[in-house]
Design a protein around this ligand. Structure first.
Ligand code: SME
Length: 161
């Protein structure tokens, strides 16, 4: 990557995304709701429509046998099944840790559901200490996600499930 391009990416990565309104709306909408699918559908919708730079927002659910299956999402169609052994979502489920991919073209284990995706973030979701699924957000921009996204979205998921 050219030095100027790298510098621009670093600067962009330092700028915080303003989640405040969206996170407040999500908290109000999911309050008192116990159905996970209803909450996933609401969160996917709110995040997708709040940020133009998110071109795919969705959930993969842990269905046991080290397998993730597609849950509620917004955007083009996503792969239906992802084994824990594969892709960025699989790595998140396997390691139970947030995955930030700055450039998906540089990751051999990335599963390309859309040819336009350039970067992504995948976060684990826990309920009573068990992994119930992951939240995957994809962007057509390189280096769209950083540690602040990870922290804000992790807190939102903790409050929601
Ligand atoms: N990119 C993900 C697959 C899910 S889709 O992008 C919607 C991965 O590598 O696990």
């Amino acid at each position: 990557m050219l030095p100027l391009m790298r510098l621009l990416l670093i600067i962009k990565n330092k700028m915080a995304r303003d989640y405040s309104e969206t996170i407040s709306r999500i908290a109000a909408l999911v309050e008192g709701e116990s159905d996970n699918i209803a909450k996933m559908a609401t969160i996917a919708c709110e995040l997708y429509h709040a940020f133009d730079e998110f071109h795919w927002v969705g959930f993969y659910r842990n269905t046991g046998d080290d397998t993730l299956k597609i849950g509620p999402y917004q955007g083009g169609h996503g792969c239906l099944v992802i084994p824990f052994a594969k892709g960025v979502c699989g790595a998140c489920a396997r390691n139970r840790e947030v995955q930030i991919v700055v450039d998906v073209n540089a990751v051999t284990d990335h599963i390309a559901c859309s040819a336009t995706t350039q970067s992504e973030i995948v976060l684990p979701i826990f309920q009573s200490n068990a992994l119930i699924g992951v939240l995957d957000i994809d962007s057509d921009n390189l280096a769209e996600f950083n540690q602040e996204d990870a922290e804000t979205l992790s807190a939102m998921l903790k409050n929601s499930f």
